[in-house]
Ligand binder design. Structure first.
Ligand SMILES: Nc1ncnc2c1ncn2[C@@H]1O[C@H](COP(=O)(O)OP(=O)(O)OP(=O)(O)O)[C@@H](O)[C@H]1O
Ligand SMILES: [Mg+2]
Length: 510
C-alpha cells in the first residue's frame, strides 16, 4: 500500500475513438472518504473516463494510481475485485434474470465455502433496501420493470457488492424525491465508513448538495475544479457550457384547436391483474401541451403503453384519436396515424444500440413514411434525414454509419427526440424528454416542444421533473396511484400545491 493523499489518481488519460478525442490528457485526483462529482456537457467525456477506470475501455495512454501505486487492470472483473464499483448510465442488467439474481451474480454469499446461501444474500439485500428506503421487487424479471425501478436495482446492486470507490453515472435521472434522499443517505453513510464516491449528474442542485469536490469537463478536457461552497447552480452551468443558462421556457399563448385525442374510462391492469390505471379521462386538443406530473411508478408508464398500443386496456376503455377508435390498434398503426413516441427507456424501446444511426433514424417509420422504395430502404434518404436530426438537435457523432452505442447517453436521447419531433406527427407522447440532457441543451428541447405545439401538434408530456411539466404545459394533470387529478391551467397552481397532489394529499381534487 502506498501512502498517498489520494485514493485514486488518473494521470494524463488520453482516449480516442478514431478521429475523436474523448479524453484529452485528463487528470483527476480523488481523496478517500469524499464525494467527488464530475460534470460536463453531453459528450464531454465523463462516462468514457469512468469506463477507463473500470477497464471497460483501455486508455491510449496515461496512468491509474490507487493509493499512490500504479495499477494495470486485466479486465473489468479485476477492477471490481480491486474495489471499484460502478452504477452505469445505461443499465448493465441481465434482462431475463430476476432482480435478485442480477444483484448477487458473481458476488454470492457461500455456506461452508461452496454452497450459495440465497437466504443470507436475500437478508442482506433486504437490509440495504430497508435502511435506505429502496423498494424493489426482488423476484420480478428485469425486463418487466420501469426505468425508475431499474435505477434503484443498480444502486442496490452496487451497495450489496460493496466497493471502496463507487462510481455513480447519473444515478438519479428518474428517481423519486424519496429515492434521491435515500441514495444521498446511503452516500453519506458510505462516506462515513471511508468509502469514496464519484458522482456524475446533470442535476446541478444535487451536485451542490452532495459533493465535496467538483471537476468540470468540456470537450474531453478538465476545464475547472471547484468546491461547492464557492459556486452556485448558475456558475456551474456557465462553467459547463461556457455561457449563462436561464432554464426558463419561452412560453407563448397556445393556439388551441379541436380535440385530437380523447381518452375515456381508461383502465389498465398489469400481467398480475393489478389495476395500474383506474378509469382515467382526459382530452388533448391540437396545439395543446398537456403535462402529467407524478412521482415515478404512479401509473404513468401504463397510461403511455396503453395509448401507444403496447398494452391492452380493459374492457370499457376508449381511446379516440383524430376521430378514429384506436383503443386496440398496434404501435405500427399508431405511427401510420401520426403518433410519435419518445419512451422513457431509450435503450430498451427507443433505439437499437447495435444498429447504426441512420438505421435508427427511420426505425418504426420506414413503412409509414415512404422511406421504403417498395423493397429497399432508401439509404440516401435515410442518411439525409439523419443529417437533419444531427444538425437540428446538435447530436455529437462522427458518422451516420456509427452504432448508436458509440454515442454518449445525452446524445442518444437527442437522437430519439429528434427522430420523433421531425416526423410531422399530429400527436407526440413524450416521456422525460430531457432525461440525461445537459443544462445547456434542455432549453433548446423545451423550445422545440413549444414550437411544435404552435404548429398545431398535440403534446402529451409525462415527466418526473415537476418544473418541466409546470413550465411547458397548458394543462396540468397529476397522477397519483393510477388516477388523474386536476393540476389547473398553466401557472394556476404553485409547485407546492401540485407537489401535494403528487403525494396523494388532495385525493378529492378530481
Ligand atoms: N464506444 C465508443 N465508440 C466511439 N465513440 C465513443 C464511444 N464511447 C464514447 N464515444 C464518444 O466519446 C465522446 C464522449 O462520450 P461520453 O459517453 O464519455 O460522454 P459523457 O460526458 O458521458 O456524456 P453524457 O452526459 O451525454 O452521458 C462522445 O463524443 C462519444 O460519442
Ligand atoms: Mg455519460
Amino acid at each position: 500500500m502506498g501512502n498517498s493523499e489520494y485514493i485514486l489518481e488518473m494521470r494524463n488519460i488520453r482516449k480516442t475513438f478514431g478521429e475523436l478525442v474523448a479524453n484529452d490528457n485528463v487528470n483527476l485526483k480523488v481523496r478517500k472518504g469524499t464525494v467527488h462529482s464530475i460534470i460536463g456537457e453531453n459528450g464531454a467525456g465523463k462516462s468514457t473516463l469512468m469506463n477507463i477506470l473500470t477497464d471497460i475501455h483501455k486508455a491510449d495512454s496515461g496512468d491509474i494510481l490507487l493509493n499512490g501505486e500504479k495499477v494495470h487492470f486485466k479486465n473489468s472483473l479485476d477492477a471490481a475485485r480491486r474495489g471499484i464499483g460502478m452504477i452505469y448510465q445505461e443499465f448493465m442488467l441481465y434482462r431475463d434474470l430476476s432482480v435478485f439474481d442480477n444483484i448477487i451474480l458473481g458476488f454470492e454469499k457461500k455456506k461452508w465455502g461452496f454452497i450459495i446461501d440465497r437466504k443470507a444474500c436475500r437478508k442482506e439485500i433486504e437490509r440495504i433496501c430497508s435502511e435506505y428506503s429502496f423498494n424493489i421487487p426482488l423476484d420480478a424479471i428485469v425486463k418487466d420493470l420501469s426505468v425508475a425501478m431499474l435505477q434503484q436495482v443498480e444502486i442496490v446492486k452496487v451497495l450489496y457488492r460493496g466497493a471502496d470507490i463507487i462510481i455513480m453515472d447519473e444515478p438519479t435521472s428518474v428517481l423519486t424525491p424519496q429515492g434521491i434522499q435515500g441514495l444521498f443517505r446511503a452516500i453519506r453513510n458510505l462516506v462515513g465508513m471511508g468509502k469514496t464516491i464519484i458522482f456524475i449528474s446533470h442535476k446541478l442542485k444535487e451536485v451542490l448538495e452532495i459533493s465535496d469536490y467538483i471537476t468540470i469537463m468540456n470537450h474531453g478536457r478538465v476545464v475547472a475544479e471547484v468546491l461547492p461552497n464557492e459556486v452556485d447552480e448558475a456558475k456551474l452551468a456557465s462553467l459547463m457550457v461556457g455561457r449563462d443558462v436561464i432554464l426558463q421556457a419561452n412560453k407563448v399563448e397556445p393556439k388551441i384547436g379541436d380535440v385530437l385525442l380523447s381518452v375515456k374510462g381508461l383502465t389498465v391492469k398489469d400481467k398480475d391483474e393489478i389495476v395500474r390505471v383506474k378509469n382515467v379521462d382526459f382530452e388533448i386538443h391540437s396545439g395543446e401541451i398537456l403535462g402529467i406530473a407524478g412521482v415515478a411508478g404512479s401509473g404513468q408508464q401504463w397510461i403511455v403503453e396503453a395509448l401507444f398500443g403496447l398494452r391492452r386496456p380493459e374492457h370499457g376503455s376508449q381511446i379516440i384519436f383524430d376521430g378514429k377508435d384506436i383503443t386496440y390498434v398496434s404501435p405500427r398503426e399508431h405511427r401510420l396515424d401520426g403518433i410519435g413516441y419518445v419512451p422513457q427507456d431509450r435503450m430498451g424501446s427507443g433505439v437499437n444500440a447495435k444498429s447504426s444511426l441512420w438505421e435508427n433514424s427511420i426505425m418504426g417509420y420506414h413503412i409509414a413514411h415512404g422511406f421504403k422504395n417498395k423493397y429497399l430502404v432508401d439509404t440516401k434518404q435515410a442518411n439525409e434525414f439523419t443529417d437533419e436530426i444531427v444538425e437540428q438537435f446538435d447530436v455529437r457523432r462522427q458518422a451516420n454509419k456509427d452504432k448508436v452505442a458509440a454515442l454518449s447517453g445525452g446524445n442518444i436521447q437527442k437522437m430519439v427526440v429528434g427522430r420523433e419531433f421531425l416526423q410531422r406527427n399530429k400527436l407526440l407522447i413524450i416521456e422525460d424528454p430531457t432525461r440525461g440532457i445537459d443544462v445547456g441543451a434542455i432549453e433548446f428541447i423545451w423550445q422545440k416542444i413549444i414550437d411544435l405545439a404552435q404548429e398545431g401538434v398535440a403534446v402529451l408530456l409525462i415527466s418526473h421533473e415537476l418544473n418541466e411539466v409546470m413550465q411547458l404545459s397548458d394543462t396540468i394533470k397529476v397522477i397519483y396511484n393510477g388516477q388523474l387529478y386536476d393540476g389547473g391551467r398553466h401557472g394556476e397552481l404553485t409547485e407546492e400545491e401540485i407537489g401535494l397532489i403528487m403525494l396523494g394529499g388532495n385525493a378529492d381534487a378530481k
